[in-house]
Design a protein around this ligand. Structure first.
Ligand code: HEM
Length: 479
């Protein structure tokens, strides 16, 4: 009796949800047929009721999921994942359509539970004048004029971290890179910060990070609830930092300074909550992305000794010019590392750490004779574009020289495209150039354990975060 009851009880939501999906799909079918049968939904499968194809998406490598669908259905297909009917797009033109030319028809979309942890006023959740204002400020704080001044500071953070690696201990590359990119994130958003504040920010940020991908619940003691509480503390710490700055009345050039001094077209200043949400938003956007690609760069250099040699030769020339590293790297030197820059671009293409992005259709949209219904999620698949032989011949080959020729328009999108494209891309590349300079001129490393496989957390990183043994080279200029 009991089990029959629980069976009925459990299957009722499934039945209701399948009915709901059925009604939505039928409604769209009927409407498009009424319009003369011109528009149909894209090909593809909606999978099982309620769960759709979420299990396939998670049980296999998501890239295999995307590639298989692309082969079967072509550049546009429908699916149902993470509780949402979705359309996936795999061509450069389609990505441009969604992110650039018809961007007004697609809004950014994130689960509310995640928005709560970052802060609802962070720029990436918005469109229109508020987004434009915030974007200008963030872009300004990552402009060449500002980041050139960060070179010696980034160098100091990199060298002091590397000092702790030179005793032959095994380090988890990804975890170490996250420490590096977080410190640079703090530097570019909050400038030179009191150690007490820095430690408090770090401690609470880590709790938020732990809960970010956990099940959202209000139950005390769970990862999500702990993250919500830590996020509140982060807001309070940032509020204190803002108060202190106001009392000091000094105009700082970092992101916090720009946010505190900005006014919209009506002369309205940002609230402390809006400022805090955007500082946390930028820290969040900057840390794991840059750490992930740095980990991949080390893996690619480790796996190909010839590649490592060519990068080392380029960097050692600069190292020698700087009196064997006694003089600091200059901004102009970071702008003149042609081969290392190509290795970075090729790593961004190969690893495609942001494999796709999410938007939501704000109206029924037609794309190449197909209907993208209002409310459906729309996902341009960057990785498919980067791994399509039509865009990049022999796409599985790591070949930095392919970047001697500029890629065809809209085929290289590691930092996205359009109004929400990454404003921090030059800062990220600068961090990579400086880190690679110090690594290859002073260190060698050996990966430990399994060296194949990818972990998604959610960005793809080499298996287990690439545990590796690092040692200092006795004679750096041995070439
Ligand atoms: C290798 C490192 C990075 C990669 C691959 C990357 C990639 C991306 C991508 C693909 C987007 C667009 C997402 C979308 O359209 O939905 C984006 C947005 C963003 N990124 Fe980055 N990013 C990186 C580093 C950084 C850094 C260092 C910062 C620090 C300033 C940053 C700040 C942002 C912000 C604030 C946005 C949202 C922009 C908006 O909505 O207008 N990113 N990033």
């Amino acid at each position: 009796m009991n089990s029959t009851f629980s069976c009925v009880f459990l299957s009722l939501p499934l039945v209701l949800v399948s009915l709901y999906i059925f009604v939505i799909v039928r409604r769209h079918k009927r409407r498009t047929q009424d319009e003369g049968g011109l528009l149909k939904l894209p090909p593809g499968s909606m999978g099982w009721p309620y769960i759709g194809e979420t299990l396939q998406f998670y049980s296999e490598d998501p890239n295999v999921f995307f590639a298989t669908k692309h082969t079967r259905y072509g550049e546009i297909f429908k699916t149902h994942i993470l509780g949402c009917p979705s359309v996936m797009l795999t061509s450069p033109e389609a990505a441009r359509f969604v992110l650039v030319t018809q961007a007004h028809l697609f809004k950014p979309t994130y689960p509310k539970s995640k928005e709560r942890l970052i802060g609802p006023s962070a720029l990436f959740y918005h469109q229109g004048s508020y987004h434009t204002l915030l974007r200008k400020i963030v872009q300004g704080s990552c402009s060449f004029d500002i980041i050139r001044g960060l070179v010696p500071k980034i160098e100091t953070v990199a060298t002091s971290m590397l000092k702790s690696w030179d005793d032959g201990h095994i380090v988890n590359t990804y975890n170490e890179m996250k420490k590096f990119t977080f410190d640079i994130g703090i530097l570019s958003t909050l400038g030179k910060l009191d150690t007490r504040y820095k430690e408090e920010l770090k401690k609470n940020y880590l709790i938020v990070d732990k809960g970010y991908n956990s099940f959202p619940t209000e139950i005390p003691g769970t990862r999500y609830k702990n993250a919500v509480l830590a996020r509140k503390r982060l807001g309070k710490i940032l509020g204190d930092i803002i108060c202190e700055r106001r009392e000091r009345r000094v105009l700082e050039k970092d992101l916090l300074g720009s946010l505190m001094n900005s006014k919209d077209q009506n002369g309205q200043v940002l609230t402390d909550n809006q400022i805090a949400d955007n500082i946390i938003g930028v820290l969040f956007a900057a840390r794991d992305t840059t750490a992930s690609i740095l980990t991949w760069i080390l893996k690619y250099l480790h796996d190909d000794p010839k590649l490592l040699d060519v990068v080392t030769v380029e960097q050692e020339e600069i190292f020698k010019f700087n009196d064997d590293g006694k003089r600091p790297l200059a901004w102009t030197q970071t702008r003149n590392m042609p081969f290392t820059s190509k290795v970075i671009l090729e790593s961004l293409r190969m690893a495609s750490i942001i494999s796709f992005t999410f938007r939501e259709a704000v109206a029924d949209v037609e794309y190449k004779g197909y209907l993208i219904p209002k409310g459906w999620k729309v996902m341009p698949l960057f990785r498919n574009i980067h791994h399509n032989p039509e865009n990049f011949p022999d796409p599985q080959k790591f070949d930095p020289f392919r970047f001697e020729i500029t890629p065809k328009t809209n085929t290289f999108l590691p930092f996205g495209n359009g109004a929400h494209a990454c404003p921090g891309n030059e800062l990220a590349k600068l961090e990579m150039l400086i880190m690679v300079h110090h690594l290859v001129t002073k260190f060698r490393w050996e990966a430990i354990g399994s060296q194949s496989g990818i972990k998604y957390g959610p960005f793809p990183i080499p298996q287990n975060g690439l545990p590796a043994r690092f040692w200092k080279q006795s004679c750096p200029c041995s070439h």
